[in-house]
Design a protein around this ligand. Structure first.
Ligand SMILES: Nc1ncnc2c1ncn2[C@@H]1O[C@H](COP(=O)(O)OP(=O)(O)OP(=O)(O)O)[C@@H](O)[C@H]1O
Length: 226
């Protein structure tokens, strides 16, 4: 599903070595935390997966494709197969929960009864009853659940989450984590980048710990200790 082959990323303007010789792979169906302090390289790693940036050395393979050989015209197709959840949900404020999902489906060129599919996705995050609500009319946790439904509405095989519980209280964070766990159990590969120690300790799954751009631990037992 994801393979990093001795990947180094140096940002040329500042000569920052954001990742150094990072080597790991993730199988289909895994749940993985990428963790480490601020500046450790988590966002850089996610940006490489999405091919927003390219490695200075090494190669990245996503969903069986060598990204160094991927033609730019194929990039939208790759990104369509990766669901993305951010700390700030980035829902469109002038659209209802349902319309946010319909919009996401339409943007990927899907046709047919999009409202029905959107409603099914909202049901999976237990928010069908809030389908007409605008983001401002939802709690932060509900907004994040809608954002997860939006990421999953196209059934991507891979879900990337960047600090998915960043703004949430502990109980709501736990709900979000349980939701991500359910999504994983149903077969989607889930990668969660976070510096939140509580999160990684609460639901123990494979954990890669980055420190100054290097993998210092890759542990199936999980837990945060650096
Ligand atoms: N576009 C960029 N240009 C130059 N340096 C960058 C750029 N983006 C990140 N860096 C640097 O690369 C290193 C890794 O940053 P990155 O954002 O990947 O870390 P992070 O673990 O995601 O941190 P945080 O948890 O604070 O988001 C840091 O030293 C950062 O200053």
């Amino acid at each position: 599903m994801i393979e990093f082959e001795h990947v180094t990323k140096t940002y040329p303007r500042t000569h920052t070595h954001a990742l150094k010789n990072v080597h790991f792979s993730i199988q289909k169906g895994e749940f993985l935390y990428i963790t480490g302090h601020s500046g450790a390289g988590k966002s850089t790693l996610l940006s490489l997966i999405l091919r927003r940036i390219t490695p200075t050395e090494g190669r990245v393979f996503i969903l069986g494709q060598d990204l160094s050989r991927l033609r730019p015209s194929r990039l939208p197709l790759l990104r369509r197969r990766i669901g993305m959840v951010f700390q700030n949900h980035r829902l469109l404020p002038n659209m209802s929960a349902l319309d946010n999902l319909v919009f996401a489906l339409r943007a990927t060129g899907e046709r047919g009864n999009l409202e029905h599919r959107a409603l099914l996705a909202l049901r999976q995050v237990a928010l069908a009853h809030k389908r007409k609500a605008y983001p401002v009319e939802l709690s932060l946790g509900e907004q994040q659940r809608v954002a997860i439904a939006r990421a999953m509405v196209t059934n991507p095989p891979l879900l990337l989450c960047d600090e998915p519980t960043g703004n949430l209280d502990p109980d709501t964070s736990w709900e979000i984590l349980e939701l991500l766990n359910d999504i994983n159990i149903k077969g989607t590969t889930v990668v969660v980048a976070t510096h939140a120690k509580e999160l990684v300790d609460q639901l123990r799954r494979r954990t890669i710990v980055l420190r100054s751009g290097q993998i210092v631990r890759d542990d199936d037992a999980g837990g945060y200790s650096l």
